[in-house]
Structures are given as C-alpha cells and as structure tokens.
Design a protein around this ligand. Structure first.
Ligand code: NAD
Length: 246
C-alpha cells in the first residue's frame, strides 16, 4: 500500500465516478484530499458522510474548471490554507457524443474546454507552486478513446488525445524541477459517464474487452496512485492504460 501521509492531493471531479474512487483510495493511504466538483452539493456532502472518519481529511470546492478566474481563486484559497500541495489529478471530464457530421459547435467546444482546457488551466495554476517546492506529481485522466477513436466521439477523442500531448509537453518543461507528469488511459469503467449506453451496446463492448468486464473506479485509482507516488520518481511523460486489455 502506497503511503501519502502528509501529502495534499487535488482531485478534480473528485466526488463522483472515477474521481470518487481516486479520492477514497488516497484518503485510505493517508492523504488530505482536496476534491473539486462542478455542481451537485448534496452528492458531495453525502460522499463525505459515507466516508465516516476518512471524511475528516476531505476538503471540497465547487467550481467549473473552464472558469479561469474560479481556478485562480481556488488556488489562492488552498495555497493560503495548506503548507504545500504535492499532487494534482486532472480527472474532470464530460461526453457529448454525436456523429461528426451532426456535431454542434457548442458540443465540440464544451467537451474540448472541459476535458482539455480544464487540464491546461488546472495544471498551469499549480505549476509555480510545484516548482517552488521542487516536487510535484500531475496525473491526467485521458482515455483509450484518445488513441482508438470511437464513432460519435470526435470531440471527446480529440480532447483525450490532447491531454496525452499536454502530458508529454509539460513533462519536458518541468522535469528538471522534480515534477513528473503522466496520464492514465482507462477503457470502459462503470460510472455515470457511460450509464446512458444501451444494454445491448454494453454487452457488445464487454465482449470486446479481453478481461470480459468493465473496470471499477478503484482499479483506475490504484494506477493513478502509483504514478502520483514518490516511488514513481523516474516515470514521466508516459501513459498507463487501465483498460482490461483493450
Ligand atoms: P462522471 O461523469 O461520473 O464524473 C465526471 C466528474 O467531472 C464529475 O465529478 C463532475 O463534477 C466533473 N466535471 C464535469 N464537468 C466539470 C466542469 N466543467 N468543471 C469541473 N468539474 C467538472 O465521469 P467518470 O466516468 O468518473 O469520468 C472521470 C474521468 O475519466 C473523465 O475525464 C473521463 O473522460 C475519464 N474516463 C472515463 C471512462 C469511463 O468509462 N467512465 C473511460 C475513460 C476515461
């Protein structure tokens, strides 16, 4: 079990789905988790209650990762509050699928801005802090959709491929400051993000996965924690697939 005692970890979209799993596993490993979310206050509070004693090390903030002023305000608040931040997990993400010929400007722009823009704004906001500490870990939640492509996901796949490009670029810019930047690429993971898929399609997708099932948020969380750990000190600019063999 990796130890994150005395470490502060930011998880965007950290109260639901994969992010919730990541928050929970980091809390179990001793971290203080600063989890952000887009809108649902009640879900965030229910999550804290469910965590019991672990919830005492959970700090939550609501803002939109595409709102650059809100991102700035968030960093100001937490940098005043905590002695240091060690880890940023850029996990927030959305889907707005449709065949490219039918895709609206709005759906293209929104998915690019939340998934790719959010990763950019949040990473840019913490990088000086990490440089000052000569330590930091960034883990970006991409997707195998970014390299495989899936019909109906031009916006999503492009944003996820873009996150891998940001990962590689930033890793080269900040490596000399003791900061690593990596990406995790999940396959199909059981969360609300994909619960609109028709049952027949889910069955078909499961057949294509060599492990013959969808993954769980905790299974993604463990990969994120490895890349965020002190032990992963010579790994940067890389992507780790958590996709059941897809
Ligand atoms: P989810 O819909 O359950 O959770 C998404 C989270 O992102 C929520 O907490 C939400 O509050 C947050 N979010 C959405 N828009 C936001 C915004 N504008 N500002 C701030 N936060 C915002 O989805 P999930 O399945 O848990 O997905 C988490 C990440 O994993 C996403 O980046 C997604 O692309 C990626 N992913 C998921 C799967 C999957 O099969 N579930 C597969 C590959 C990659």
């Amino acid at each position: 079990m990796m130890n994150f005692e005395n470490q502060r970890v930011i998880v965007t979209g950290g109260t639901r789905g994969i992010g919730r799993g990541i928050t929970q596993e980091f809390l179990k490993a001793g971290a203080t988790v600063i989890a952000t979310y887009a809108g649902n206050d009640k879900a965030a509070e229910d999550f804290r209650t469910e965590l019991g004693d672990l919830g005492e090390r959970l700090d939550t903030y609501k803002f939109d990762v595409t709102d650059t002023k809100a991102v700035q305000d968030f960093y100001k608040t937490i940098e005043d509050k905590y002695p240091s931040i060690e880890v940023l997990v850029n996990n927030s993400g959305i889907r707005k699928d449709s065949m490219m010929a039918m895709m609206s400007d709005e759906d293209w722009k929104r998915v690019m801005d939340v998934n790719l823009g959010g990763t950019f704004y949040m990473s840019r906001g913490i990088i000086r802090h990490f440089m000052g500490n000569k330590y930091g870990r960034i883990v970006n939640m991409s997707s195998i959709g970014g390299s495989l492509g899936l019909a109906g996901q031009a916006n999503y796949a492009a944003s996820k491929a873009g996150q891998v490009a940001i990962t590689k670029t930033l890793s080269k810019e900040v490596g000399k400051k003791g900061i690593t930047v990596n990406a995790v690429c999940p396959g199909f993971i059981d969360t609300e993000l994909i619960d609109d898929l028709p049952e027949e399609q889910v069955k078909e997708y499961k057949k294509t996965v060599p492990l013959k099932r969808f993954g769980k948020p905790s299974e993604v969380a463990h990969a994120v924690m490895f890349l965020a750990s002190k032990e992963a000190s010579y790994i940067t600019g890389t992507t780790l697939e958590v996709a059941g063999g897809l």
